[in-house]
Structure formats: structure tokens, C-alpha cells
Ligand binder design. Structure first.
Ligand SMILES: [Zn+2]
Length: 249
């Protein structure tokens, strides 16, 4: 190979490298433009104190659901959990974004009467492509954007699988509702005086909140068993009939 040929080959190699870089830049530009285009309507429509992140979840198409996601993203008050750790609405919204979770209206009744994500089986995890289904009534009957933000926080918390890949429990529901109520206090659930780590308190909270169907769930995930108070040491039930709080299974 003479010098001229070597030089030509090097030139070609250099040119193709430059071309490849240009392609990468172009692709990145196109993505940045797409992100900007998706973001613009929300920047224009929402009040200026709300931050609209540069990148929005790719799998939320409905503008009402996207607004709920943006509003959840803006909730930065720490919510203290059962083990002293804290969580914010922004962390939950970020989880939805990072895990590319879709969010759709439950027009086909996948959840019955409610909002949910579907698991592959009761004790299995969520399929990565399973959307968060939002109850259509949140839209139809105008329960309002704030109720939607609360429900999104509740469902996103479930998707974080806070106790690992286990079946849903009364304890997980208590905390999903608690987080939803901290995000939107107007949803009207009350938690003061209920110790979720006391099995009888946990059941009393469910019956008081009139969501008795949740009593069909197991009470606690294995990972919090060591934290559970002994119910008999509780004095919170003096004067309350046993049937009002005793476990049904
Ligand atoms: Zn739930």
C-alpha cells in the first residue's frame, strides 16, 4: 500500500466518523425538538409556578393525564413513611418517567370500579408494559384534577413495589392511600390515631374508611413483619367492640 492510498483510506475513515457523529447529533436534535414540542402546550397552559420537566413521559398521551403527572412532579414536600424514610410526589413521578410506565384511562374496565395496574399474577410483579389505568369516573364526573393527582400518587407508589415482588396487602394499601391523601388532603381520608403497624389499628382504619373490600388482602408483607406491634399491648381499643376491628381472615 503506497502513501497516497493510506492517506485516502484515512480520509475516508475520518469522513465516515464525522458523518456518524453528525447523524448522532441530528438524532439528538430531533429528540430534543420532539421533547420541546410535547412540552410546549403544558408550558403555555399551566400556571408559571409549575415546573414542566424538559422530558415528559413517552407513554402518556392524554393531556389530562399528563397534567396530573406534571402536577405530581411538582410536589416536593417530603412524606414520612412507616420506617422513617421519606418520599415526595416528584420521586413518584420520576419513577413513572424512568420506568417508561404508560398511563391511560380505564375505558375497558380493566380495574373494575377503580384505578389500578395489572400484575401478571397475585404474587408476581407488574409487566413492564402494563399501564397505570385511571378510573374514567375521575374524568366523567369531574372529581377534579387534584383527585387525579392523588390517585396517580397512590398507583405509582404500588408500581415502586415498596415491599418487593409480593401480593398486595392491607398495609401497602394503607400507605398508598396515605401518600395519596398527603398529596391531596381534600380526598378526605383520615389517618390520625391509626398505627398501621398495629394489626387491629390497621383493620379499624379500613373499616372506618369504608373500604372493607381490602380486608380480603393479606395484612402485612413479610418485610415489615418484624416492625409489627403486638396488638394486645394497644390500648386504643378500649370500649370499642371487637367486631369493629378484628381481622376477618
Ligand atoms: Zn391501591
Amino acid at each position: 500500500m503506497n502513501k497516497t492510498t493510506t492517506f485516502s483510506l484515512m480520509t475516508i475513515a475520518l469522513i465516515s466518523t464525522v458523518a456518524a457523529s453528525a447523524f448522532v447529533v441530528k438524532t439528538a436534535d430531533a429528540k430534543t425538538q420532539r421533547d420541546a414540542d410535547r412540552r410546549a402546550p403544558y408550558v403555555n397552559a399551566l400556571s408559571p409556578e409549575l415546573t414542566v420537566p424538559a422530558v415528559l413521559p413517552a407513554r402518556i398521551d392524554d393531556p389530562v393525564l399528563m397534567e396530573a403527572w406534571i402536577r405530581l412532579y411538582n410536589r416536593q414536600n417530603p412524606i414520612q413513611l412507616w420506617d422513617g424514610s421519606t418520599l415526595t410526589g416528584q420521586m413518584l413521578a420520576q419513577f413513572v418517567l424512568d420506568n417508561n410506565i404508560a398511563m391511560v384511562w380505564d375505558t375497558e374496565g380493566a380495574c373494575g370500579s377503580g384505578s389500578c395496574s395489572l400484575k401478571k399474577c397475585a404474587d408476581c410483579g407488574y409487566a413492564s408494559d402494563s399501564p397505570i389505568y385511571m378510573m374514567v369516573a375521575e374524568q366523567t364526573f369531574g372529581l377534579g384534577m387534584e383527585a387525579l393527582v392523588s390517585t396517580l400518587a397512590h398507583e405509582a407508589f404500588h408500581r415502586t413495589e415498596p415491599f418487593g415482588v409480593v401480593s398486595d396487602t392491607r398495609f401497602e394499601e394503607f400507605w398508598a392511600f396515605y401518600i395519596g391523601a398527603k398529596i391531596t388532603p381534600e380526598v378526605g381520608l383520615h389517618f390520625d390515631g391509626y398505627n398501621s403497624l398495629d394489626p387491629d389499628n390497621l383493620n379499624l382504619w379500613i373499616t372506618d374508611s369504608r373500604i372493607d373490600a381490602y380486608l380480603q388482602l393479606p395484612a402485612y408483607p413479610d418485610s415489615v413483619q418484624t416492625l409489627i406491634s403486638v396488638a394486645s399491648t394497644s390500648s386504643n381499643f378500649e370500649g370499642i367492640p371487637t367486631h369493629a376491628y378484628a381481622a376477618t381472615n
